[in-house]
Design a binder for this molecule. Structure first.
Ligand code: SF4
Length: 290
């Protein structure tokens, strides 16, 4: 099982990340998880989890072969598979292992999108006939635009973007590409933890209408730490640690009240509706699968 609700299972053949420069690091779920695993693991494993250092786990290479029924597999949910601390030879072993279990759909996600594209181009023979979805994790308009540019030149069965945690308004229309290389799936959500940024309701609304217009599946994972007024009411108007008014970046300066409710009470509804779409064609497509 996986803690990520849109996949069936996580395959942590790589863990850890040395991505010091990203705003995500302050509230990284995988890093918190690794800390917990380091405390609860045997000495042999503890060393690999400690400090969230990039680590390759060769003893996990055979896991996909043991899952007989086709699954949606998230590769390296507890780290970044493109981290420079992982060797190219180790990355190739991951794809060779996937070739022995081609019945699954494999989702990859990285913060190092350009680098991912290069690796895929140099090793494209390894991906032939596999259902591999390459994604890039971003947080604002600038990183979104860079991700689109990197993804359109990346061979993939599907291309996706994860905007989580979203830290500001993003207009996908400003980074538009059409044709077969367009983005196939958009996942987004607010952050959790002490440093989480409140998500203005306008942000997911804008993403949802863009995706709905172009028939791109959109998955709104959660509001995160801060919930809107209706989530606060639905939760029975609890006394909360604090309230905040967040302003849009629109010229009218309109603001909405957000409440620090925690991830569970904030929920995942947009205008009363859960929007959790996944691409229903994702197991049909393969890279050069003729
Ligand atoms: S890139 Fe991903 S794994 Fe690395 S610190 Fe950021 S959120 Fe965590």
């Amino acid at each position: 099982m996986s803690a990520i609700d849109y996949v069936d299972v996580a395959w942590n053949v790589v863990t850890g990340c040395s991505n010091d420069g990203c705003p995500c690091r302050a509230d990284c779920w995988a890093m918190r998880m690794a800390r917990r695993m380091a405390e609860n693991s045997s000495v042999q494993y503890r060393e690999r989890y400690e400090g969230f250092k990039p680590a390759f786990w060769p003893e996990r290479l055979d896991q996909p072969q043991s899952w007989k029924k086709p699954r949606v597999v998230f590769v390296a949910s507890m780290g970044d598979w493109c981290d420079l601390g992982i060797k190219d030879s180790e990355r190739r072993l991951i794809f060779e292992a996937m070739r022995k279990a081609p019945q699954h759909v494999y989702l990859f996600l990285t913060k190092r999108g350009e680098w991912q594209g290069e690796f895929v181009r140099e090793n494209f023979q390894l991906f032939r006939g596999l259902r591999v979805w390459f994604g890039i994790s971003v947080w604002d308009q600038k990183s979104y635009l860079a991700a689109v540019l990197a993804l359109v030149t990346t061979y993939a069965a599907g291309r996706w973007i994860s905007l989580e945690p979203i830290l500001g308004p993003v207009s996908p229309a400003n980074a538009e590409t059409e044709g077969p290389e367009r983005i196939d799936w958009l996942v987004a959500g607010g952050g959790s933890g002490r440093n989480a940024v409140p998500v203005h309701p306008y942000w997911p609304g804008m993403l949802h209408s863009y995706c709905a217009d172009r028939k791109i599946p959109f998955y709104w994972k959660q509001w995160g730490e801060w919930g809107g007024y209706s989530a606060w009411q639905n939760a029975g108007c609890p006394r909360v640690e604090n309230h905040i008014v967040v302003h849009t970046s629109l010229c009218d300066g309109s603001g909405v009240e957000m409440h620090r409710l925690g991830k569970k009470l904030s929920g995942c509804r947009i205008n009363g509706q859960e929007i959790r779409e996944v691409p229903d064609w994702w197991s049909d497509k393969m890279i050069f699968g003729d």
